[in-house]
Design a protein around this ligand. Sequence first.
Ligand code: ZN
Length: 404
Amino acid sequence: MSKVNQHPLASHPAIQNFRKYLQIKSVQPNPDYGACVDFITGQAKELGLPIKVHEFVKGKPIVVISWEGTNPNLPSILLNGHMDVVPVVESKWKYDPFAAEIDEKGNIYARGAQDMKSVSIQYLEAIRYLKQNGVKLRRTIHISFVPDEEIFSADGMALFVKTKEFKELNIGFGLDECGPSSNKDYVAINSERLTWTLEIVCTGNAGHGLMLIPNTAAEKVQYLLNKFLKYREEQSKKMKHPLYDLGNVTTVNLTKIQGGIQSNVIPSKITMIFDCRVTPSDAPTFDSQVKQWCEEAGGDSVTYKYLCRKDPIVPTTKTDDSNPFWKAFESVFKKRNDNLVVITCPGATDARFLREVGIPALGISPMPETPFLLHDHNEFVNAKTFLDGIELYKEIISAIANVE
Ligand code: ZN
């Protein structure tokens, strides 16, 4: 522990800034958003840029720093990041998860080091550099800091995109988060799987547990489980790369099963919950498949519904010549000779709410050769990887904000 914070990069101003943001306990379920707003306000002051703090829901601030372009009438660029982080199991961490210690290898350990305080600071540091060097970009850039992404964004991005304050920003293209890659590739997201939480209720004849009663709930459960597990098996056969392909298959997992009142009574009702993550290409037919299986299993005695929010089917952000922002984004990686892999996100990010209101958006968190530790113990990013990411954002931001 004696070598902590002795690494040469520990004194780098961008690293110091990053560590300060990591040290704010914006951890669910009681994130300190007040401290985040104070920190971001300080950043805006240093950058000499205007800042707006919206509070559509009390205690859930949405913060936007803006850098006006030379042609502010053009649709603007949104650089989005969520302020909150997921909880920690402190005993499993090598270092205090909110101290942001740097070890002798230059690894910065903190909750949010990957997801996604790194990205928000990289946006700010890239803009600091561009602005200090007299660079002028064509389109206005808005850097947003939103709450509650880790608890499904209801008071965060999901709400923000519906406000007049958001519409006034006139966003034409957005960037948000992704995750690291184990090799030298950069991974970007242009679409996401849809979260559909399915509840199926099977009903049937009840009675004494010693009988052979026909038409029981359990037989319907058996029929459906066979269908869902067969489907699951077929999907897993399509997987070639454990991370890149997960977004290209639909996963169905039985996560809850409930029923029965006593061990010698045949239950009249059994409820199953499936966590379904549906690919954009499977989404149009998935529901009719479920409907058919339920009908086959037991007609009117089997019903189903979706719990929570059933993600709507949203347009995939185009990665072809029809999207000038994609062309600008891709050109940066080509110029640097970096390999860019575009995937469908297996999970969900706030970018889906932008796509939902018709704004093309890509997700990227530039962390090559980094283990995937989002939501895991001992989350870290290497200081050099973090600084390289700032270099990348200087180029990406310049390219996308200069699209004609
Ligand atoms: Zn995140």
